[in-house]
Write a protein that binds this ligand. Structure first.
Ligand code: PLP
Length: 416
């Protein structure tokens, strides 16, 4: 792995970072790939690819239950990855890190385990208007099952939570507050610590959808006041199909299992089973072992670059991108919050987002178009869809220029 920066240095060496990502060498339609779809999924550095390949080549075995050498080594590597994620998220104990399939499973776990045990008819679950479907539908399911109410805090025209309205919606009835750290559709960075204080004043727990929080800067679950924090490996330069849920230890210990099966039990008879302590209690069945090992490698890779350097690099690129996109006639940004991560959603008066995406693709510029699993956000801004360019650690100003050039072509094609 290249020493792209040291954790304390101020500037990220983007060319060194790019050399860590083999896929960035490839071409699309005979042009260098410009990958601006990082909010959907990030590319993988050599460190992660090697960790997964080496695991399969040298260690592969099932974990936690074998006395043989490979099983013990596989277990050690998987548990070491748990420790890497504990450190990455600033949790105090490894027992607070539950391996999941990703953010979606993490939020469902909280809804179905904590939620069913602690929420009843007349209680309220508070979310915001900018949530991803993964942070809406699990709570709707919980409400259907318990008779609780889903309450939605409004957002303003810039795509920021209206905090006065939010505060007025928090009451003794509120049992769970669940908010995205960073909006995938708008890029807004939400004031999680402030939201945590409001939730805790009434005894509610704070669940944070960290899918877009983890890849872009340092996360400290304690400073944020998060009782639960869910994230996905594939959004933070790790493998797909693996993620973690951080949960406060006392809460996890008191929660019932989410799924039943092997690994999560202490004893089983036909009359009754008893359960292992957390995190095993929430990890029924064989997990994505190689994926977990790869996720640990991703966390350490990001730390080796330095989360502050990453945040600064993406902030500079976002400022440049926002300025350059403003040069394109008839383009309107959707999401103009004061505190934003590297997500640039926009619409153009001359073309539908899908047409924009198709033309950009022919120029080897990969962006996402659609509702971004955030249909209520699209409704709020009165658009069916947006085009979204989302930044990662390897993106450059030249790639933003390529995006803007391709958008000028969209204008030419659609006669703007
Ligand atoms: N929450 C947000 C804000 C997201 O952007 C995403 C994915 O796009 C998710 C949740 C769901 O993540 P996953 O599909 O990895 O479970």
């Amino acid at each position: 792995m290249a020493a792209a920066t040291s954790p304390t240095s101020t500037k990220l060496d983007v060319e060194a970072v790019r050399r860590d990502f083999p896929i960035l060498q490839r071409e699309v339609y005979d042009r260098p790939l410009v990958y601006l779809d990082n909010a959907a999924s990030t590319q993988k550095p050599r460190a992660v690819i090697d960790a997964v390949a080496t695991f399969y080549e040298t260690t592969n075995a099932n974990i936690h239950r074998g006395v043989h050498r490979l099983s013990q080594e596989a277990t050690d590597q998987f548990e070491d990855a748990r420790e890497a994620m504990r450190d990455f998220l600033g949790a105090t104990k490894v027992e607070e890190i539950v391996f999941t399939r990703g953010t979606t499973e993490g939020i469902n776990l909280v809804a179905m385990s904590y939620g069913r045990a602690n929420v009843g008819a007349g209680d309220e679950i508070l979310i915001t208007h900018m949530e991803h479907h993964s942070n809406i539908v699990p709570w709707q399911l919980l409400c259907e099952q318990t008779g609780a109410q889903l309450v939605v805090a409004p957002i303003n025209d810039d795509g920021e939570i209206d905090m006065d309205a939010f505060a007025s919606l928090v009451s003794e009835r509120t049992k769970i507050v669940s908010v995205g750290h960073v909006s995938n559709a708008l890029g807004t960075i939400n004031p999680i610590a402030e939201i945590g204080r409001l939730a805790h004043e009434v005894g509610a727990v704070l669940v944070v959808d960290g899918a877009q929080g983890c890849p872009h800067g340092a996360v400290d679950v304690q400073a944020l006041g998060a009782d639960f924090y869910a994230c996905s490996g594939h959004k933070m330069y790790g493998p797909t199909g693996v993620g973690v849920l951080y949960g406060r230890h006392d809460l996890l210990e008191a929660m019932p299992p989410y799924q039943g099966g092997g690994e999560m039990i202490r004893t089983v008879t036909f009359e009754k089973s008893t359960y292992a302590p957390s995190p095993a209690k929430f990890e029924a069945g064989t997990p994505n072992i190689a994926g977990g090992v790869g996720l640990g490698a991703a966390a350490r890779y990001l730390q080796s670059i330095g989360l502050e350097a990453i945040e600064r690099h993406e902030a500079e690129l976002l400022a440049y991108g926002t300025e350059r996109l403003a040069e394109v006639d008839g383009l309107r940004m959707v999401g103009t919050a004061r505190r934003k991560a590297g997500v640039m959603g926009f619409v153009m008066d001359c073309a539908h987002p899908h047409d924009i995406g198709t033309i950009l693709d022919r120029e080897a510029v990969a962006v996402r178009t659609g509702h971004h699993c955030a249909q209520p956000v699209m409704d709020r801004f009165g658009v069916p869809a947006t085009s979204r360019a989302s930044l990662g650690i390897y993106n450059t100003r030249e790639e933003i220029d390529a995006l803007v050039d391709a958008l000028q072509q969209v204008r030419e094609v659609f006669g703007g």
